[in-house]
Design a protein around this ligand. Sequence first.
Ligand code: MD3
Ligand code: FE
Length: 212
Amino acid sequence: MDLFENMQPNKLEIVKDAYLLKRYALANEKPLLMDLAQVISQAPLRHMMTKMGFAMSAAMTNCGELGWVSDRQGYRYDMKDPATNAAWPLMPVSFQQLATFAAAEAGFDDFVPDACLINQYQVGASMGLHQDKNELDFNQPIVSVSLGVPAVFQFGGLTRTDKTLKIPLVHGDVVVWGGQSRLNFHGIAPLKMNTHPILGAYRYNLTFRKAG
Ligand code: MD3
Ligand code: FE
């Protein structure tokens, strides 16, 4: 008799259809961090403007066929980096595989992302509660990968005023959001001062989507 047959200590269901895979990205950490540096060197991080004309507190860039952009026109996905008018960097194989395998681990088969948004947070940076609604097909899950210094993720419901769960996310944690959780409000609390041995004073988040 196998006492451990039902144990999956590193896979936690936060709410229905949202799975936290603790430290899942560490299995392939080195290629992932090399590829992250390569993408950022090709398409530098920048603070995009909101429609209201404020700079976002997280710096952003993208890789993949489509990139998420924000400016005075609003939010959308675009095939080109507005800073250079060039295509976004290709999505590295280490990124694609991580996203597809993590989605499958959470029960979402055949996830093939066409967009990876990279958010960089420094001390004090945050992301207010919002919904992700710029994608065409809400049946597709979203996979997010946390790297660097820890953050507190805020997970609410389908209306802005629903109470939020506070979930600490550390280096290597992967969360898969699909089905019933796909349109929930979410955000990131202001980053506390901290240092990660490899990534320094920053938190990076990779968000994989099938946007188009
Ligand atoms: C829950 N980024 O870029 S990732 C974003 O850590 C964004 O940078 C945060 O929210 C970050 O839009 C959170 C986690 C996440 C992403 C998408 C979701 C959680 C989600 C979509 C639906 C529900
Ligand atoms: Fe979001």
